[in-house]
Write a protein that binds this ligand. Structure first.
Ligand SMILES: NC(=O)c1ccc[n+]([C@@H]2O[C@H](COP(=O)([O-])OP(=O)(O)OC[C@H]3O[C@@H](n4cnc5c(N)ncnc54)[C@H](OP(=O)(O)O)[C@@H]3O)[C@@H](O)[C@H]2O)c1
Length: 230
């Protein structure tokens, strides 16, 4: 039975919508944020819901994740590696593709899920089984035709590759590992013109997470549950 979900980057966008939906479904929610000043709505929710535990955590830092792991109240049934950034739009000549931005996006989008999964491994519910969901992007698919955001695309391709590697490592354990395109979503990252609301994305994602089976490990899914090409 799914009881506890851990969501990174839960203070805004898709992470916040997932948090609200999980709370409405009476799940126990462990929700991470980076900066409390930037997490007013999440803080308010935690005052309202006893089943919401909010935890400071930066996905770029093992120290921060291990500190967070000690504050967890329950074993994790679903771990959602949602935190992500896109700091480089435009083609390869765009000034946004500078060394600092490249390092930052790789640290958050690639090292982030890697360090999160490694450092929260002991918190996963292996007795009843657990599911690890990496929020990637269709932009990381090799089949996606675009010349925009080359480094973000590479980071999400790497996140999908990480998902494959970790799913292989955990294949004989009671842990399903998969990755997701959340849709093009109206968040700070997706912008106002995007296709779907954060609520719509969260609804599809959470429904799929709760119904993941062993056979789904190593696969890349759309938020509606359909399979996507890696
Ligand atoms: N929106 C879309 O259309 C779309 C499409 C495809 C994939 N995605 C992916 O979906 C995920 C969520 O995106 P979103 O649209 O909800 O983005 P968003 O609104 O920009 O929110 C990003 C979240 O990630 C957190 N975050 C960033 N760096 C972090 C770090 N170092 N440690 C911990 N948390 C960190 C942010 O926290 P702060 O508030 O502290 O910055 C925020 O909570 C991302 O992985 C993104 O790449 C989004």
């Amino acid at each position: 039975m799914i009881e506890t979900i851990f969501i990174t980057g839960a203070n805004r966008g898709i992470g916040l919508a997932l948090t609200k939906l999980a709370l409405s479904q009476k799940l126990k929610v462990e929700a991470s944020y980076r900066n409390l000043d930037n997490s007013i709505e999440l803080k308010k929710l935690s005052d309202e819901y006893p089943n919401l535990n909010i935890i400071e955590m930066d996905v770029r830092s093992s120290k921060s994740i291990l500190k967070a792991s000690r504050k967890l109240k329950n074993p994790i049934d679903i771990l959602v590696c949602n935190a992500g950034i896109n700091n480089g739009k435009g083609d390869i000549f765009s000034k946004e593709h500078n060394e600092k931005n490249i390092l930052d996006v790789m640290m958050v989008n690639v090292a982030g899920p890697f360090l999160t999964i490694r450092n929260l491994y002991d918190n996963l519910n292996q007795t009843d089984g657990s599911k690890v969901a990496i929020i990637s992007s269709l932009m990381g698919s090799q089949t996606h035709i675009s010349s925009n955001a080359a480094i973000y695309r590479a980071s999400k391709a790497a996140a999908n590759n990480l998902m494959r590697t970790i799913s292989n490592q955990f294949f004989n354990e009671n842990i399903v590992v998969s990755s997701y395109h959340p849709g093009w979503v109206r968040t700070d990252m997706g912008g106002k013109l995007a296709d779907i609301s954060p609520e719509e994305s969260a609804k599809g994602l959470l429904h799929h997470f709760c119904n993941l089976k062993k056979d789904d490990t190593g696969k890349f899914f759309n938020y509606d549950g359909s399979i996507l090409p890696l």
